[in-house]
Design a protein around this ligand. Structure first.
Ligand code: CP
Length: 328
């Protein structure tokens, strides 16, 4: 593995090996795998879990981290090519990334979708540009349309909960005050598909996922995949509901149209009543951060179904497995 940009480009066995290694590292957390090594962490967007879990993990492995948050004590970065840089951005990634790579043994980069061009974002154009500019292995810490660190931790969580590899996985839309991109839903779909699960996409009719992502999940090995629109049907015999909001594909790049489309969808807030037809101990997953009583009710987050803290903890172990693989 030269970079860790997506689970989609890795053989299934390699992903399962990373999960198994993450579970070993969870049992034996301290080692010196990164002694004398430096990991650069560039955050073009905010974070809590990714920032803290990478720094904690690197510390547990005897390494050092350098955190760069452009505009917060470091220069703002321009990502567009061929631009006259007479605006607020001070430095171009064409210099910044090779410079950072020269100081570090591994780089991690977070760079969200700008939600202008759907095809460009689905191709993860900017993350691949970062990889081309870096002479060192690159970890995708969430890009325009993927979040593989989250996906690996989620796979580990499902294994630890004994959710069957061919169990019933529901990816559910929920209302949110902003149009969100496809990074987490795509990562969750990829993970469930590679695991061989039966996937249900539960969303309003107005909010399917892009056809490309559904076709991709089929090709990656989903046992089955369908799109349904009522909780009773979608959650029938569900083992897990994974909640995320996303922009309707037809409104990508048009936030005003999207807000008009979703203005009557506020009732799409996950509640206990959604689980009537699910397995009695079906789990609730969310990558966090989550808006309480907007996307999901307190009764779920504070109840026995929720595994959101378990998921977040596993970010630490999954990322240590990725770092171990890349440094070796
Ligand atoms: N799930 C996740 O990536 O959390 P942060 O945005 O807080 O890093």
């Amino acid at each position: 593995m030269n970079d860790f940009l997506s689970l989609r480009t890795l053989p299934r066995d390699q992903v399962q090996n990373l999960v198994n290694l993450a579970r070993e590292l969870k049992a034996n957390p301290i080692n010196d795998t990164l002694r004398g090594k430096v990991v650069g962490l560039l955050f073009m967007n905010p974070s809590l879990r990714t920032l803290a879990s990478f720094q904690a993990g690197i510390g547990q492995m005897g390494g050092t981290s350098v955190v760069i948050q452009p505009g917060t004590g470091t220069w703002t970065l321009e990502t567009r090519d061929g631009i006259v840089m007479d605006g607020p951005e001070v430095e171009h990634i064409r210099e910044a990334i090779p410079v950072l790579a020269s100081y570090c043994d591994i780089l991690g980069i977070r760079s969200f979708a700008n939600q202008i061009n759907l095809d460009e974002d689905l191709a993860d154009h900017l993350m691949h540009k970062f990889a081309d500019l870096s002479s060192k292995p690159l970890i995708n810490m969430e890009s325009a349309s993927d979040h593989p660190c989250q996906a690996l931790a989620d796979w580990q969580t499902l294994d630890e909960l004994d959710i069957p590899a061919d169990g019933n996985f529901v990816l559910s839309w929920a209302w949110h005050p902003k149009p969100l991109p496809y990074a987490v839903p795509r990562a969750a779909l990829t993970m469930a598909a590679l695991r061989g699960m039966n996937i249900t996409i539960h969303s309003p009719k107005s909010h399917p996922l892009p056809d490309e992502l559904v076709a991709e999940a089929k090709a990656l090995g989903a046992k089955s995949i369908r799109n349904t629109h009522t909780a009773n049907e979608s959650l029938e015999n569900a083992h897990v509901l994974y909640c995320k909001s996303w922009v309707a594909p037809q409104n990508y790049g048009d936030p005003e149209a999207e807000m008009r489309l979703r203005k009557n969808l506020r009732e799409w807030c996950v509640a206990e009543s959604w689980f009537e037809t699910a397995w009695s101990d079906a789990k609730f997953m969310h990558c966090l951060p989550v808006r309480r009583n907007v996307k999901v009710a307190d009764e779920i987050l504070d109840g026995p179904r929720s595994v959101v803290i378990h998921q977040a903890e596993n970010r630490l172990h999954a990322q240590k497995a990725i770092l171990t693989n890349l440094i070796n």
